[in-house]
Design a protein around this ligand. Structure first.
Ligand code: IPE
Ligand code: IPE
Ligand code: MG
Length: 236
């Protein structure tokens, strides 16, 4: 178990590189996704041990719906399996589950499993695991703008009332703090429509390790490095 001094309160991760991991081994992409799902469990555990209170994982983006049908099906089947098998372990580890994203795009049984996991784990307080599923940050921001416009049209608020706090409260992430640290695996250095508003002042960390190979050691090394950084928020 690794103690980390001043751990980030909230870590967000773009879990990338499953396909390349499989390709490198001459395996189908689906095997990479399977291995990737296993890596999730290790990192949830490592985050809890390090004292991280919120972990947000990018599991499936709105743009990922455009992948070939059989790959989307593989990902949805893995997700289904994860959601339906994890309850006991999450309870034992004190994990509270939340989901962010466009739920209506998902199959009914998956939505049901999500709702019930959120409900069953609502009182756990060791760590909050937030899973971004069918998530797109621009879509999230547009939907927040629509909610605010509707309030203004009804006369419930005036345009001058709109501020950063109100806008944040209209996002899917309204109940959790902004990420302190954003990690992306697999060597890509881009955000891919993830938490655009929320990462305004997050520290960024990129690693070449592919997600299925990303383990506790790699995670803790990034946290150690984070603890040495100075966050200035525009001040001197
Ligand atoms: C991340 O791995 C998982 C999802 C996006 C669902 P990828 O499937 O993007 O793997 P690469 O980037 O093709 O290697
Ligand atoms: C981002 O990875 C989405 C997830 C990790 C779920 P992608 O592999 O979809 O992103 P791009 O296509 O490389 O930008
Ligand atoms: Mg990718």
């Amino acid at each position: 178990m690794t103690e980390v001094k001043n751990p980030p309160r909230h870590v967000a991760i773009i879990m990338d590189g499953n396909g390349r991991w499989a390709q490198k081994k001459g395996l189908p992409r689906s095997m990479g996704h399977k291995k990737g799902a296993e890596a999730v469990k290790k990192i949830v555990e490592a985050a809890g041990e390090a004292g991280v209170k919120f972990l947000t994982l990018y599991a499936f983006s709105t743009e990922n719906w455009n992948r070939p049908e059989d790959e989307v099906k593989t990902l949805m089947d893995l997700l289904r399996q994860y959601l339906k098998s994890q309850l006991r372990e999450l309870q034992e580890k004190g994990v509270r589950i939340l989901f962010i994203g466009e739920r209506d795009m998902l199959d009914k049984d998956i939505i049901q499993a999500m709702n019930s996991l959120e409900k069953e784990t609502a009182d756990n307080d060791k760590i909050t695991l937030c899973i971004a599923l069918s998530y797109g940050s621009r879509q999230e921001i547009v939907s927040a703008a629509k909610k605010i416009a509707a309030l203004a049209k009804r006369g419930d608020i005036a345009p001058e009332d709109i501020d950063i706090k109100m806008f944040s409260d209209m996002l899917y992430t309204s109940t959790i703090p902004d990420p302190d640290l954003l990690i992306r695996t697999s060597g890509e250095q881009r955000i891919s429509n993830y938490l655009l508003w929320q990462i305004a002042y997050a520290e960024l960390a990129f690693t070449n390790v592919l997600w299925p190979d990303f383990g506790k050691e790699e995670f803790n090394e990034i946290l150690q490095n984070y603890s040495l950084r100075e966050r200035r928020y525009g001040k001197v």
